[in-house]
Design a protein around this ligand. Sequence first.
Ligand code: SAM
Length: 295
Amino acid sequence: MKEISSPINELVINRINKKLLDERLLKGIKFKSITGEQWFRNYDNWYRITAFANPHKTPYTELKILFDNENELKSLLNNTLKIFYGIGMGETETLIIKWDLENTKYSEVIAVDAIDIFIKNFVQILRNLKYSHPNSEIIFRGVNDLFENLNKDDLFFSESKFENATHISFGNTIGNFEQQKEIFTIFQKNMKKGDQLLLGIHLNKFPEKTLSEYANNTLFKKLVLNSIKLEGELNWKYNKHDARVEAWFGDILAFQSKKYDLKKFLKFVKEFGLNPIKTFEHQEFAVVLLKKENQ
Ligand SMILES: C[S@@+](CC[C@H](N)C(=O)[O-])C[C@H]1O[C@@H](n2cnc3c(N)ncnc32)[C@H](O)[C@@H]1O
């Protein structure tokens, strides 16, 4: 168990590198479907897209939902290890840790991301959080790898104070998986009885408006084209069958982001033994808390 002020090389396990990510890109091009981590490799594009003035509102609406329901969420998440899948800017993630420090001056955090700069910046954010909460302790591990490669040891502190974990994925990150079963099988494998899953999702309430927010945003075009290292035009579509915004580069599915029908979603997660505890909605976004009741 390492405290957040430990040297960074002791805090973060680096298992993925440029070569392995390049191989995944080539595989994606060969099989005509690009995997989600590729869009974040040029992280500067993501920082620009999520800058507040931009129409990409997901993290900010999730922040609003978290602020509006602070007391209830604080008590639901209290006394659990926090495991984050996908950090990006890390704003919603930071708020959850801040609540722990306000409650108990103590937090245990595991952050997983394929892009190492996001984890490194998150370490700095958490160090800053510690300065603003004197005498508090943050136990941290960063795992710079794909969600697909996680194993149980990555997600476990031997001297943990907590029996259970809350697995957390904000920013509609789960929507970047072409096969939804894939990401839920990963959660199912990593969760034990009594663990919770907190997800931020984008709902499919306004497909046309949502599509135009992607298609008319030149920053998104840049994010997608940079990730496949190609130049040209993208063909943006709303795939009604799968409720998905898609960007096609010729016959390559270069980007996709699933949007959810809340009712269908809550039925779908039951297949993975996940029961809804609480759902919070604002406009076309939702934060959903689920629990694994059985092993
Ligand atoms: C849509 S962003 C969301 C970031 C943050 N949670 C937020 O709400 O702003 C997705 C994040 O997950 C990471 N990511 C996407 N697919 C991944 C994968 N398969 N394995 C590991 N990290 C992944 C990206 O690098 C990025 O930081």
